[in-house]
Design a protein around this ligand. Structure first.
Ligand code: KG4
Ligand code: ZN
Length: 372
């Protein structure tokens, strides 16, 4: 089944889109305007983090997440519309994350968007959450295709070549844990609170990153794949050897872990940028970063150096737009809508949905008879 419908009223003028995000532990709604010139403006971006709902369990509990989305989403949508000063009738489209993510949450957001689409007689855009991360740099910095994206979040760690809306090539990804997951697990095993990434970064500030000689997995292998599970295990072994661990030991372990993780990512980024330069010699290489781990200062520093060494530009959207939010979903919806890509009301939520499987705009013959 093609998930994409041709939108006969394909918009080249300004478009106004409501976006809804519920795929993990943020309940979010926001409104974005995309001008006829392709520039974006965020009119509202309301994000309610569920961190406190899950903190007791040391990680996201899918059932609790889905229930909290149900309880909060209607009010958050209302607030997003009020803050933007628009009515449902003003919208050109309503967009929601349709995957990948925790399926209970995705269903809540997508069903809400479908209800709004039906009631307001507005087209629906089913957004791939990863595409929304990938397109954020076009909203914030107007980055032109093609560019490289490094997505580093709790669920994903991958280098992607973004060639156009709906046109992505995954160049490499983690073969085991996502980087955010490795930060979270490292925090947990060292007795630090959830979410682990910010806790590890905080502890690392007073730590000695050279004290523990941790591995840099896959570093000498060709390609752009990464691995973080061994690194996390090495932290466990080092912590067991040092037991009972003092606060200073924890700080040193966190700093050493962060150094190793940042080295791996920066080294892969260098290689990815070189590959990009070979593919597109006439284009200034741009590396955009997305995902919660992009908040990490040490990681950013390593990527910045990698970019400068290879003559590339690093684009790092503000942190609140790197982590899960609704403006990025609304923006992805607006970009797709502007190309005539809308979805039928029976589109299915997808727990797994690789970015390279996202529908592209079909130009020319194939496009004409596109049916649901
Ligand atoms: O993109 P995101 O908000 O949610 C998804 O996973 O989709 O990313 C959350 C992840 C968590 O694993 C969290 O620990 C990590 O990003 N994170 C960080 C930092 N802030 C958040 N990791 C390292 N350093 C940080 N400062
Ligand atoms: Zn995300």
């Amino acid at each position: 089944m093609s998930a994409v419908q041709e939108n006969s009223a394909s918009a080249s003028g300004p478009v106004l889109v409501l976006g809804i995000e519920t795929s993990c532990d943020e309940t979010a709604a926001g409104v974005v305007r995309r001008g006829a010139d392709g520039r974006g403006e965020i009119l509202s971006n309301v994000v309610r983090s569920q961190i406190e709902d899950h903190a007791l369990y040391g990680g996201v509990v899918p059932e609790i997440a889905a229930r909290a989305h149900i309880a909060m989403l209607d009010g958050i949508v209302r607030r997003a519309m009020e803050e933007a000063g628009v009515a449902f009738a003003d919208l050109d489209a309503v967009a929601a994350t349709a995957g990948p993510g925790l399926i209970g949450g995705v269903i809540v957001g997508l069903m809400t968007a479908k209800a709004i689409a039906l009631a307001a007689d507005t087209p629906l855009v089913a957004v791939n959450h990863l595409e929304a991360h990938a397109l954020t740099a076009r909203l914030t910095d107007g980055v032109a295709f093609p560019y490289l994206m490094l997505l580093v979040s709790g669920g994903h760690t991958q280098f992607v070549l973004a060639r156009g809306v709906g046109d992505y090539v995954r160049l490499g990804s983690t073969i085991d844990d996502a980087l955010g997951e490795a930060f979270d697990k490292t925090a947990k095993l060292l007795g630090l609170p959830y979410p682990g990434g910010p806790a590890v970064e905080r502890a690392a500030r007073t730590g000695d990153g050279t004290r523990f000689d941790l591995p840099r997995p896959l570093l000498n292998r060709p390609g752009l794949d990464m691995s973080f599970a061994g690194l996390k295990t090495a932290v466990r072994v080092a912590a067991e050897r040092a037991a009972p661990v003092s606060d200073q030991d924890v700080a040193d372990l966190c700093a050493s872990f962060q150094e190793a993780a940042a080295d791996v990512v920066a080294s892969r980024a260098r290689r990815a940028l070189k590959e990009f330069a070979e593919m597109f010699p006439a284009i200034e290489p741009v590396l955009v970063i997305a995902g919660g781990v992009a908040a990490n200062t040490r990681l950013r520093h390593g990527l910045d150096e990698a970019a400068r060494e290879t003559g590339a530009r690093l684009v790092a959207p503000p942190i609140h737009l790197c982590t899960d939010n609704a403006a990025m979903i609304a923006w992805a919806g607006a970009e797709r809508f502007a190309l005539g890509l809308v979805d039928p009301l029976d589109v299915s939520p997808r727990p797994r949905w690789p970015l390279d499987g996202t529908a592209k705009p079909m130009l020319g013959e194939g496009r004409k008879g596109a049916k649901v």
